[in-house]
Structures are given as C-alpha cells and as structure tokens.
Design a protein around this ligand. Structure first.
Ligand code: IPE
Ligand code: IPE
Ligand code: MG
Length: 241
C-alpha cells in the first residue's frame, strides 16, 4: 500500500510514534520458552513494524529497546539482550541501506566496545537520510535524557556560550537525545501495562497514549492500524479550545 493511499485511510497521521515494546517475557512464558526467545520474537515484530511505518509514511519512529532500569535484570537476560542487539545491528544496517537515518537514544558508554563502535558508525553513515528516522532507545531513560541535556547546557553556560535566560523549550529540546526530531505525537505500549516507564518524558508532554493488551511479539500491521485509527479520531487541543 502506498503512502498516498494511506493518507486517504487516516484523516491524520502522527509524525513521530514511540513504541514501548513490552511483553516479550510473558509471550515466551506462555509458550514455555526462555525469556530470550521472547526478545528474539520481539525483534521480528520490530522489523515488521518499521516496514509498516515506512509504507504508511511515518517519518519518525522510536522504539524503546532497553531502559536505564533494565540493567537490574538477571545477568543472563542482559547478556542475551546484548547478543541480540549485536545481531540486530545487521538489521539496522539494512534499514540504513534503504535510506533510513538510524539514531540511538541513550548513553552508549556501558555497552560492549564492539557494539558501541558499530552504533556510532551506523549513526554517522546514515546521517544524510531524511525520509525516515528510526530511533532505537537503548540504555535510555527519560530522566537521564533530561539530566544529560541540563549538564550540556550548564557546561555551555559555564563557558559563557549561552546565557541562562536564553534557555527556552527549543534550546532545551535540541539538547535531548532526540535532538531536532519532533515531539512524539503518539505513544503505543503493548502488553496491557499503562505507564511510560521512563520513556520520552519531555517529548511526550502532549502525546496521545495508546495501550493494547497484545504482547509485543504479536504486534503487527493490523494492531498498528488500530492505533492509528484511534489517533485519527482524537481531538488534540494542546491546552487550547
Ligand atoms: C520488553 O519485554 C523488552 C525489554 C524490556 C527489553 P519484557 O522483557 O519487559 O517482557 P515482560 O514485561 O516481562 O513480559
Ligand atoms: C519498559 O518495559 C522498557 C522497555 C520496553 C524497553 P519494562 O518491562 O522494563 O517496564 P516495567 O518494569 O514494566 O515498568
Ligand atoms: Mg516488561
């Protein structure tokens, strides 16, 4: 389906969708499989969702893959996730090959060297693409994002490069991991939990929230379209009338 056809299907489309990909563990447990298999299946759902978003014509997508709090999980699960991230960098490289810009949101420092270098390379090599931006939130936390921005601004101010009174929403936004990307219009969370779990706190100030009981590995284009229909039916007032 072409982007033009979809524009007819939905009266309004979000420019930026954030996905909280939750429920991989429960999906695996239901099948008597290890949690790592749930994460693997979740990776497949991520790939399909990126393709669907591209076809529908969503220019910015952010996927919450690993939170700053997820390090608390058993070492075995964290290790399995790190191995999976390595494999998925190949997939991310394919997306870049299809002219999508790839960005990683979060502090890369704690990741293994090889992973970190490839993440940086991929960001550099895809920076020129503008039709679609795919952001992968890894070691991401909304509070960490805000603290990091505040530190950068404080450093600029200490150097005399910015005056405190010149710090406004636009300069602050620009310092966040999302940089020049627009705020999230729609946040979709799978698995029935209804919370943000430290995802895009600043950027979701006026986002529409959509929750589905579907576990992330079962999330597909049909589910995405249900969320988009819900989004199109909402009246976004941004505090106005
Ligand atoms: C989300 O699935 C993926 C990550 C947090 C990495 P979970 O692993 O949280 O799955 P549940 O919530 O335990 O089912
Ligand atoms: C949020 O899911 C983080 C990701 C999807 C990466 P969690 O499973 O970690 O969130 P909580 O613990 O249920 O809030
Ligand atoms: Mg979870």
């Amino acid at each position: 389906m072409g982007a033009a056809e979809n524009k007819v299907e939905f009266s309004a489309l979000p420019r930026h969708i954030g996905f909280i990909m939750d429920g991989n563990g429960r999906w695996a447990a239901k099948r008597g499989l290890p949690r790592s298999m749930g994460h693997r299946a979740g990776g497949e759902a991520l790939k399909k969702t990126v393709d669907a978003c591209r076809r529908i014509g969503i220019p910015y997508v952010t996927f919450y893959a690993f939170s700053t709090e997820n390090w608390k999980r058993p070492a075995e699960e964290v290790d399995a996730l790190m191995r999976l991230f390595k494999e998925y960098l190949d997939e991310a490289e394919k997306f870049a090959g299809q002219k999508a810009r790839i960005r990683f949101l979060g502090d890369k420092t704690p990741f293994p060297d090889e992973l970190r270098c490839r993440m940086t390379e991929l960001e550099k090599n895809s920076a020129q693409y503008t039709s679609m931006t795919i952001m992968l939130a890894m070691n991401y936390g909304g509070r960490d994002d805000i603290i990091y921005a505040a530190r950068r601004l404080a450093a600029l101010s200490a150097e005399g490069d910015i005056r405190p009174e010149d710090i406004d929403e636009k300069t602050f936004s620009g310092m966040l991991y999302t940089g020049s990307a627009p705020d999230a219009d729609l946040i979709i969370r799978s698995s029935g939990e209804q919370r943000l779990s430290n995802f895009l706190l600043w950027q979701s100030a006026y986002a529409e929230l959509y929750f589905t009981d579907t576990l992330w590995p079962d999330f597909d284009e049909k589910e995405l379209k249900k969320a988009l229909e819900s989004y199109a039916s909402r009246s976004r007032r941004f505090g106005g009338v």
